[in-house]
Write a protein that binds this ligand. Sequence first.
Ligand code: MGP
Ligand code: SAH
Length: 460
Amino acid sequence: MNSHYLTSSRTNPVFYLFRQTFSENFDWQNYDLEAVHQTAWQEFWELEGHQLLEHKWHKRFPEYREQSESFNSEEQALWLELWEKHVNNLTAKFWHILSCASENYRNDLEKSFGQEETIEDIKECFEDLNFSKKERKKKKKTSKKFAEKTEEESFLGDNEISLDFNEKEQLRLLGLPTSFGSQGKQNLKKLRNLTDSSSNSEDEDDLIMENESTNQLHGVQKGFISKKNQRKLNKVKILAAKMPEFMRDENNRKMIKYWMKRFSLFSRFDQGIQLDRESWFSVTPEKIARQTSRRLACDLIVDAFCGCGGNAIQFANTCGRVIAIDIDAKKLAMAKHNASIYGVSHKIEFIHADFLQFAVGTKLRPDIVFLSPPWGGPDYQKQSTFDIEQNLLPVGASHLMKLSRNLSSKVGFFLPRNSNMTQVIALSGPGQQCEVEHNYLDTRMVALTAYYGEGLVKAN
Ligand code: MGP
Ligand code: SAH
């Protein structure tokens, strides 16, 4: 994430920032990036500072080590002065790096909510809008009393809208990954305290869905909601209104998480990116697709399962020509449209075909074949180990590799993070090697990319 701010080649202070934010004891109730920044700095400097200072010192003044024994007292005083300057400068420099990283991270958190909200707004939204039942009654009593006096000092009525999202959405609203394993649950508990520990999450889901779909403040008694809250509600409503229609369906509620990370899928999402249901959960996030495209830069590449174009668009930036194949014509049309948003559609040839047949019939000999077939939907995660021979679609991994190798000896294979590693390695063939890249976004492993064939495998 935003590595362009981090110039330190030896030690990366941003890890200390993440270590703080994602630590088990992190206090979400009093979420304070400034405090995180301070603690991260302390940890970083205590653990790394001394070594860094020494390392840089000896690099700057190699002669010091050799001659220090023979310095007279005047020279010693000068060196001491120099050392103090060195310490001050470097401390300031690393403090600056960490500050940039902090600021950067804050911006990313805000952006993850859709570029319009700040993290403070969202936090306030939860705090202001989700009173516990007990508290609601208290507020209601107070509100009646105040309503008699003035309309300005008003509160939500009896059947007010509760804007509690389900647990994962709450984390996402705060810009946080939802998969920290058990830690996620602990954080959720803390977050729940922040909102409403007694409320029923299904009811909450119903409320949010109902309100989003009708685009009305169901049950809000006019005049009983402050202007500030009204503005926040409106903002949340506007964001929710932008969500694709099918995600409002009760059966597709889990899909909302993909919408929440739309800018990580396509940084130009707001310029009109089109995705169908399957592509929402299958598209390769842009940063990962970009990394893969750097690894697979060549003259001619075949993207055998191009979908809505997540990988193909990035290949167009690093490869001379891209052949993008998909069995679904609608996805191909969307891929073409999406590629035009990135200004690369002219570099991609879109072919409507079944790759299994294409690979047998074509005379094309690309430099590289890239495979990112369907994994059977998001439920791939439910298996502790994903069997790439049994569960990939439309056929097992070995079959896909065999077809691909008819076209090129070099193959990139995008696979689930829980893939059976023995099977992944076995695809290399007898006596051959492969390289398996773990694709991380921020602190989360999203998937694996395996590289096969001489010239692609770094170890060869
Ligand atoms: P995911 O596990 O569904 O999302 O997919 P996430 O956010 O890791 O889920 P969480 O529950 O851990 O929060 C992770 C990534 O894998 C997606 O962004 C896609 O790039 C990729 N992916 C997922 N599926 C189901 C497929 C698939 O069927 N085919 C391909 N090619 N990629 C997929
Ligand atoms: N890498 C893509 C997502 C691929 S999802 C991206 O980043 O956007 C897998 C795709 O394989 C789906 O679009 C699906 O339509 C396509 N597909 C499934 N079976 C196929 C086949 N036999 N031949 C070609 N494409 C196929």
